[in-house]
Design a protein around this ligand. Structure first.
Ligand code: ARG
Length: 366
Protein backbone atom coordinates (compact mmCIF):
# COMPACT_ATOMS: atom_id res chain seq x y z
CA UNK A 1 0.00 0.00 0.00
CA UNK A 2 1.28 3.50 -0.78
CA UNK A 3 2.60 5.99 1.70
CA UNK A 4 0.08 8.82 1.90
CA UNK A 5 1.29 10.99 4.78
CA UNK A 6 4.79 12.45 4.99
CA UNK A 7 5.94 16.00 5.65
CA UNK A 8 8.82 17.40 7.69
CA UNK A 9 8.89 21.06 6.77
CA UNK A 10 7.16 23.81 4.80
CA UNK A 11 9.39 23.90 1.72
CA UNK A 12 10.11 20.46 0.27
CA UNK A 13 8.13 19.54 -2.89
CA UNK A 14 4.42 19.52 -2.01
CA UNK A 15 2.43 16.63 -3.50
CA UNK A 16 -0.72 16.38 -1.39
CA UNK A 17 -2.53 18.94 0.77
CA UNK A 18 -5.84 19.72 2.43
CA UNK A 19 -7.53 23.03 1.52
CA UNK A 20 -10.24 24.41 3.83
CA UNK A 21 -13.84 25.37 3.04
CA UNK A 22 -15.77 28.46 4.13
CA UNK A 23 -19.22 26.82 4.38
CA UNK A 24 -21.31 27.45 7.48
CA UNK A 25 -18.67 29.66 9.07
CA UNK A 26 -19.70 31.68 12.09
CA UNK A 27 -18.20 34.72 13.77
CA UNK A 28 -18.05 33.24 17.26
CA UNK A 29 -19.51 35.01 20.29
CA UNK A 30 -17.16 36.37 22.94
CA UNK A 31 -15.52 33.85 25.18
CA UNK A 32 -12.60 34.17 27.59
CA UNK A 33 -9.86 33.67 25.01
CA UNK A 34 -11.36 35.33 21.96
CA UNK A 35 -12.19 38.81 23.16
CA UNK A 36 -8.57 39.31 24.17
CA UNK A 37 -7.50 38.36 20.68
CA UNK A 38 -9.75 40.72 18.72
CA UNK A 39 -8.06 44.10 18.23
CA UNK A 40 -9.81 46.79 20.28
CA UNK A 41 -10.58 48.92 17.25
CA UNK A 42 -11.94 46.01 15.24
CA UNK A 43 -15.42 46.37 13.76
CA UNK A 44 -15.94 42.76 14.94
CA UNK A 45 -15.95 43.52 18.66
CA UNK A 46 -19.15 42.34 20.25
CA UNK A 47 -20.55 41.02 16.98
CA UNK A 48 -21.31 37.38 16.31
CA UNK A 49 -23.43 35.11 14.15
CA UNK A 50 -23.28 33.24 10.83
CA UNK A 51 -21.10 34.96 8.25
CA UNK A 52 -23.07 36.61 5.43
CA UNK A 53 -23.84 34.15 2.59
CA UNK A 54 -22.32 36.27 -0.15
CA UNK A 55 -18.99 36.43 1.74
CA UNK A 56 -19.03 32.63 2.13
CA UNK A 57 -19.69 32.21 -1.60
CA UNK A 58 -16.90 34.61 -2.57
CA UNK A 59 -14.43 32.90 -0.22
CA UNK A 60 -15.39 29.47 -1.55
CA UNK A 61 -14.91 30.65 -5.13
CA UNK A 62 -11.34 31.72 -4.31
CA UNK A 63 -10.67 28.53 -2.35
CA UNK A 64 -11.92 26.43 -5.30
CA UNK A 65 -9.73 28.39 -7.69
CA UNK A 66 -6.74 27.88 -5.35
CA UNK A 67 -7.41 24.13 -5.47
CA UNK A 68 -7.34 24.23 -9.30
CA UNK A 69 -4.00 26.07 -9.28
CA UNK A 70 -2.52 23.54 -6.86
CA UNK A 71 -3.77 20.62 -8.95
CA UNK A 72 -2.31 22.19 -12.06
CA UNK A 73 1.04 22.18 -10.26
CA UNK A 74 0.82 18.49 -9.44
CA UNK A 75 -0.60 18.73 -5.92
CA UNK A 76 -3.41 16.34 -5.00
CA UNK A 77 -5.98 18.21 -2.91
CA UNK A 78 -8.48 16.96 -0.34
CA UNK A 79 -11.23 19.01 1.28
CA UNK A 80 -12.79 18.84 4.76
CA UNK A 81 -16.43 17.94 5.37
CA UNK A 82 -18.19 21.10 6.61
CA UNK A 83 -20.26 20.97 9.79
CA UNK A 84 -23.08 23.24 10.90
CA UNK A 85 -21.17 25.56 13.23
CA UNK A 86 -24.17 27.69 14.06
CA UNK A 87 -25.11 25.56 17.04
CA UNK A 88 -24.24 25.36 20.70
CA UNK A 89 -20.99 23.73 21.74
CA UNK A 90 -21.15 22.04 25.09
CA UNK A 91 -18.91 19.79 27.17
CA UNK A 92 -19.12 18.92 30.88
CA UNK A 93 -16.80 21.89 31.49
CA UNK A 94 -18.13 24.75 29.37
CA UNK A 95 -20.74 25.86 26.91
CA UNK A 96 -20.59 28.45 24.17
CA UNK A 97 -23.12 29.61 21.62
CA UNK A 98 -21.44 28.41 18.43
CA UNK A 99 -18.48 26.92 16.61
CA UNK A 100 -16.43 28.75 14.01
CA UNK A 101 -15.35 27.23 10.68
CA UNK A 102 -13.26 24.66 8.86
CA UNK A 103 -11.40 27.21 6.81
CA UNK A 104 -7.85 27.26 8.13
CA UNK A 105 -6.81 23.59 8.43
CA UNK A 106 -3.33 24.84 9.35
CA UNK A 107 -4.63 25.88 12.79
CA UNK A 108 -5.92 22.38 13.57
CA UNK A 109 -3.70 19.80 11.84
CA UNK A 110 0.02 19.41 12.44
CA UNK A 111 1.86 16.99 10.15
CA UNK A 112 5.17 15.65 11.42
CA UNK A 113 6.59 12.83 9.33
CA UNK A 114 3.96 10.10 8.97
CA UNK A 115 1.82 11.52 11.76
CA UNK A 116 -0.97 14.10 11.75
CA UNK A 117 -1.86 15.49 15.18
CA UNK A 118 -5.07 17.37 15.82
CA UNK A 119 -4.16 20.29 18.07
CA UNK A 120 -5.27 21.39 21.53
CA UNK A 121 -6.82 24.75 20.63
CA UNK A 122 -7.55 27.30 23.33
CA UNK A 123 -10.71 28.72 21.71
CA UNK A 124 -13.83 27.04 23.01
CA UNK A 125 -15.58 27.68 19.68
CA UNK A 126 -12.93 25.59 17.95
CA UNK A 127 -13.30 22.60 20.26
CA UNK A 128 -14.93 20.36 17.65
CA UNK A 129 -13.36 21.78 14.51
CA UNK A 130 -11.21 18.63 14.08
CA UNK A 131 -14.38 16.71 13.21
CA UNK A 132 -14.38 18.31 9.75
CA UNK A 133 -11.09 16.51 9.05
CA UNK A 134 -11.95 13.14 10.57
CA UNK A 135 -13.33 11.62 7.34
CA UNK A 136 -10.00 12.39 5.66
CA UNK A 137 -7.97 11.12 8.61
CA UNK A 138 -9.95 7.90 8.49
CA UNK A 139 -9.32 7.54 4.77
CA UNK A 140 -5.56 8.01 5.24
CA UNK A 141 -5.68 5.55 8.12
CA UNK A 142 -7.37 2.90 6.00
CA UNK A 143 -5.02 3.33 3.06
CA UNK A 144 -1.62 4.07 4.57
CA UNK A 145 -0.51 1.40 7.06
CA UNK A 146 2.18 3.70 8.44
CA UNK A 147 -0.04 6.72 9.05
CA UNK A 148 -0.26 7.73 12.69
CA UNK A 149 -3.60 9.37 13.45
CA UNK A 150 -3.25 11.34 16.66
CA UNK A 151 -5.26 13.65 18.85
CA UNK A 152 -3.30 15.78 21.31
CA UNK A 153 -4.56 15.73 24.92
CA UNK A 154 -7.81 17.68 24.83
CA UNK A 155 -7.76 20.75 27.06
CA UNK A 156 -10.73 21.11 29.37
CA UNK A 157 -11.01 24.87 28.78
CA UNK A 158 -12.67 25.58 32.09
CA UNK A 159 -12.52 29.15 33.39
CA UNK A 160 -9.17 28.26 34.98
CA UNK A 161 -7.57 28.08 31.54
CA UNK A 162 -7.83 31.85 31.10
CA UNK A 163 -6.89 35.00 32.96
CA UNK A 164 -10.09 36.97 33.39
CA UNK A 165 -10.43 40.69 32.70
CA UNK A 166 -6.90 40.39 31.48
CA UNK A 167 -7.25 43.08 28.86
CA UNK A 168 -9.84 45.71 29.40
CA UNK A 169 -10.98 47.88 26.53
CA UNK A 170 -8.74 50.74 27.54
CA UNK A 171 -5.44 48.95 27.51
CA UNK A 172 -2.97 50.83 25.33
CA UNK A 173 -0.96 49.29 22.52
CA UNK A 174 2.21 49.97 24.52
CA UNK A 175 0.85 48.02 27.44
CA UNK A 176 -0.06 45.14 25.17
CA UNK A 177 3.41 45.08 23.70
CA UNK A 178 4.88 45.18 27.19
CA UNK A 179 2.88 42.10 28.11
CA UNK A 180 3.98 40.29 24.96
CA UNK A 181 7.57 41.17 25.80
CA UNK A 182 7.06 39.84 29.35
CA UNK A 183 5.51 36.66 27.92
CA UNK A 184 2.40 37.38 29.90
CA UNK A 185 -0.56 36.05 27.89
CA UNK A 186 -4.31 35.56 28.38
CA UNK A 187 -4.04 31.79 28.64
CA UNK A 188 -2.89 30.21 31.90
CA UNK A 189 -0.67 27.20 32.45
CA UNK A 190 -3.18 24.77 33.98
CA UNK A 191 -3.03 22.48 30.92
CA UNK A 192 -1.20 22.30 27.57
CA UNK A 193 -2.91 24.39 24.87
CA UNK A 194 -1.65 24.95 21.34
CA UNK A 195 -2.77 25.80 17.82
CA UNK A 196 -1.08 23.85 15.04
CA UNK A 197 -0.30 27.10 13.19
CA UNK A 198 2.03 28.16 16.02
CA UNK A 199 4.39 25.33 15.12
CA UNK A 200 6.99 25.83 12.41
CA UNK A 201 8.39 22.48 11.35
CA UNK A 202 11.98 22.27 10.24
CA UNK A 203 12.98 18.61 10.16
CA UNK A 204 14.57 17.75 13.48
CA UNK A 205 13.62 21.14 14.92
CA UNK A 206 10.26 22.55 15.87
CA UNK A 207 10.06 26.32 16.39
CA UNK A 208 6.92 27.03 18.36
CA UNK A 209 5.51 30.50 18.98
CA UNK A 210 4.66 31.14 22.61
CA UNK A 211 1.73 33.55 22.55
CA UNK A 212 -2.01 33.93 22.94
CA UNK A 213 -2.84 30.50 21.51
CA UNK A 214 0.08 28.33 22.68
CA UNK A 215 1.35 28.19 26.25
CA UNK A 216 4.53 26.99 27.97
CA UNK A 217 3.00 23.72 29.04
CA UNK A 218 2.44 22.88 25.38
CA UNK A 219 6.19 23.28 24.79
CA UNK A 220 6.77 20.79 27.56
CA UNK A 221 4.22 18.42 26.02
CA UNK A 222 6.02 18.58 22.66
CA UNK A 223 9.38 17.89 24.31
CA UNK A 224 8.08 14.76 25.98
CA UNK A 225 6.06 13.58 23.00
CA UNK A 226 8.95 13.99 20.55
CA UNK A 227 12.10 13.19 22.54
CA UNK A 228 14.05 12.88 19.28
CA UNK A 229 13.15 16.34 18.02
CA UNK A 230 14.42 19.68 19.35
CA UNK A 231 11.71 22.01 20.55
CA UNK A 232 12.41 25.75 20.57
CA UNK A 233 10.05 28.24 22.11
CA UNK A 234 10.13 31.47 20.10
CA UNK A 235 8.71 34.91 20.86
CA UNK A 236 8.01 37.92 18.71
CA UNK A 237 7.76 40.85 21.13
CA UNK A 238 6.67 43.27 18.39
CA UNK A 239 3.31 41.54 17.96
CA UNK A 240 0.52 42.84 20.22
CA UNK A 241 -1.68 39.85 19.17
CA UNK A 242 0.75 36.95 18.84
CA UNK A 243 -1.34 34.23 17.20
CA UNK A 244 0.13 31.77 14.68
CA UNK A 245 3.66 31.98 13.38
CA UNK A 246 2.88 32.01 9.64
CA UNK A 247 2.48 35.77 9.14
CA UNK A 248 5.60 36.43 11.20
CA UNK A 249 8.37 33.94 10.46
CA UNK A 250 8.14 32.06 7.16
CA UNK A 251 10.80 29.73 5.72
CA UNK A 252 11.16 29.73 1.90
CA UNK A 253 13.83 27.06 1.46
CA UNK A 254 16.65 25.55 3.50
CA UNK A 255 18.76 28.48 4.67
CA UNK A 256 16.24 31.27 4.05
CA UNK A 257 13.46 32.75 6.19
CA UNK A 258 11.43 35.94 5.83
CA UNK A 259 10.63 37.70 9.10
CA UNK A 260 7.93 40.32 9.67
CA UNK A 261 9.90 43.58 10.22
CA UNK A 262 7.46 44.68 12.94
CA UNK A 263 7.98 41.40 14.78
CA UNK A 264 11.70 40.60 14.64
CA UNK A 265 12.98 37.44 16.27
CA UNK A 266 14.96 38.55 19.35
CA UNK A 267 18.74 38.49 19.05
CA UNK A 268 19.31 35.62 21.46
CA UNK A 269 16.80 33.46 19.56
CA UNK A 270 18.46 34.22 16.21
CA UNK A 271 21.69 32.55 17.26
CA UNK A 272 20.73 29.04 16.16
CA UNK A 273 19.94 30.31 12.65
CA UNK A 274 23.03 32.46 12.34
CA UNK A 275 25.28 29.70 13.67
CA UNK A 276 24.04 27.50 10.82
CA UNK A 277 24.31 30.16 8.10
CA UNK A 278 20.61 30.71 7.69
CA UNK A 279 19.60 34.07 6.33
CA UNK A 280 16.72 35.91 8.02
CA UNK A 281 15.40 38.56 5.63
CA UNK A 282 12.87 41.29 6.49
CA UNK A 283 9.65 40.62 4.59
CA UNK A 284 8.46 43.21 2.07
CA UNK A 285 5.73 45.61 3.16
CA UNK A 286 2.10 44.60 2.60
CA UNK A 287 0.31 46.12 -0.40
CA UNK A 288 -2.75 47.05 1.71
CA UNK A 289 -3.24 49.48 4.59
CA UNK A 290 -6.08 47.49 6.11
CA UNK A 291 -7.26 43.90 6.20
CA UNK A 292 -10.54 43.14 4.35
CA UNK A 293 -13.85 43.53 6.30
CA UNK A 294 -14.68 41.11 9.16
CA UNK A 295 -11.10 39.80 9.21
CA UNK A 296 -9.24 38.83 12.39
CA UNK A 297 -5.80 38.83 10.84
CA UNK A 298 -3.49 41.72 10.08
CA UNK A 299 -2.27 43.06 6.72
CA UNK A 300 0.74 40.78 7.17
CA UNK A 301 -1.13 37.92 5.57
CA UNK A 302 0.92 39.35 2.69
CA UNK A 303 3.74 37.01 3.77
CA UNK A 304 1.46 34.02 4.43
CA UNK A 305 2.59 32.25 1.28
CA UNK A 306 2.57 28.58 0.33
CA UNK A 307 5.90 27.18 -0.79
CA UNK A 308 5.51 24.41 -3.41
CA UNK A 309 9.21 23.56 -3.61
CA UNK A 310 12.57 25.26 -3.04
CA UNK A 311 12.05 27.44 -6.12
CA UNK A 312 8.29 27.97 -6.32
CA UNK A 313 5.94 29.92 -4.08
CA UNK A 314 2.28 30.94 -4.22
CA UNK A 315 1.71 34.59 -3.20
CA UNK A 316 -1.60 36.46 -2.96
CA UNK A 317 -2.21 38.19 -6.29
CA UNK A 318 -2.48 41.77 -5.00
CA UNK A 319 0.66 41.51 -2.81
CA UNK A 320 2.94 43.01 -5.43
CA UNK A 321 5.77 43.97 -3.05
CA UNK A 322 5.93 40.52 -1.53
CA UNK A 323 5.91 38.94 -4.99
CA UNK A 324 8.69 41.24 -6.17
CA UNK A 325 10.80 40.34 -3.13
CA UNK A 326 10.25 36.61 -3.69
CA UNK A 327 11.38 37.04 -7.28
CA UNK A 328 14.56 38.81 -6.13
CA UNK A 329 15.18 36.00 -3.65
CA UNK A 330 15.20 33.59 -6.57
CA UNK A 331 11.70 32.14 -6.27
CA UNK A 332 9.23 31.66 -9.12
CA UNK A 333 6.00 33.30 -8.01
CA UNK A 334 2.53 31.98 -8.77
CA UNK A 335 -0.04 34.70 -7.98
CA UNK A 336 -3.43 33.55 -6.67
CA UNK A 337 -6.32 35.87 -5.66
CA UNK A 338 -7.27 35.14 -2.06
CA UNK A 339 -8.35 38.26 -0.16
CA UNK A 340 -12.01 37.21 -0.12
CA UNK A 341 -11.01 34.21 1.98
CA UNK A 342 -8.88 36.11 4.53
CA UNK A 343 -11.79 36.84 6.87
CA UNK A 344 -12.39 33.12 7.31
CA UNK A 345 -9.17 32.66 9.20
CA UNK A 346 -6.15 33.53 7.15
CA UNK A 347 -4.13 33.45 3.97
CA UNK A 348 -2.72 30.93 1.52
CA UNK A 349 -0.61 29.03 4.05
CA UNK A 350 -3.31 29.01 6.76
CA UNK A 351 -5.86 27.68 4.27
CA UNK A 352 -3.89 24.48 3.73
CA UNK A 353 -2.47 21.60 5.73
CA UNK A 354 0.33 19.34 4.53
CA UNK A 355 -0.37 15.71 3.75
CA UNK A 356 2.65 14.81 1.65
CA UNK A 357 5.88 16.54 0.83
CA UNK A 358 8.87 14.75 -0.60
CA UNK A 359 11.96 14.55 1.59
CA UNK A 360 12.73 13.24 5.01
CA UNK A 361 13.74 14.49 8.45
CA UNK A 362 16.84 16.63 7.99
CA UNK A 363 18.99 18.16 10.66
CA UNK A 364 19.33 21.77 9.50
CA UNK A 365 20.88 22.95 12.76
CA UNK A 366 23.52 20.36 13.66
N1 ARG B 1 -1.71 36.53 13.61
C1 ARG B 1 -1.44 36.71 12.21
C2 ARG B 1 -1.57 38.16 11.82
O1 ARG B 1 -2.62 38.72 11.94
C3 ARG B 1 -2.35 35.89 11.34
C4 ARG B 1 -1.99 34.45 11.29
C5 ARG B 1 -3.01 33.66 10.59
N2 ARG B 1 -2.54 32.32 10.50
C6 ARG B 1 -3.31 31.25 10.56
N3 ARG B 1 -2.71 30.09 10.46
N4 ARG B 1 -4.60 31.29 10.75
O2 ARG B 1 -0.64 38.75 11.38
Amino acid sequence: MPKIVNSWNDFDPLKHAIVGRADMSVIPPEEPATSEKVPVDSEMRGMWGPRPTETVEKANAQLDNYVKVLEKHGVKVDRPTPLQWNQEIKTPDFRTESGMTQMPPRDILLTIGNEIIASANSFRCRYFEYLAYWPLMNEYFENDPEFKWTQAPRPRLTDKSYKHNYYDEKISLEERLERTANKDFVTTEVEPMWDAADVMRMGKDLFIQHGLTTNRKAMEWFKRYYPDLRVHSVNFPGDPYPIHIDATFVPLRPGLIINNPHRPLPVEQRKIFEANDWQIVEAAKPAHDNPPPLCYSSVWLSMNCLVLDHKTVIVEESEVYQAEQMDKLGMNVIPVPFRDAYAFGGGLHCATADVYREGSMEDYFP
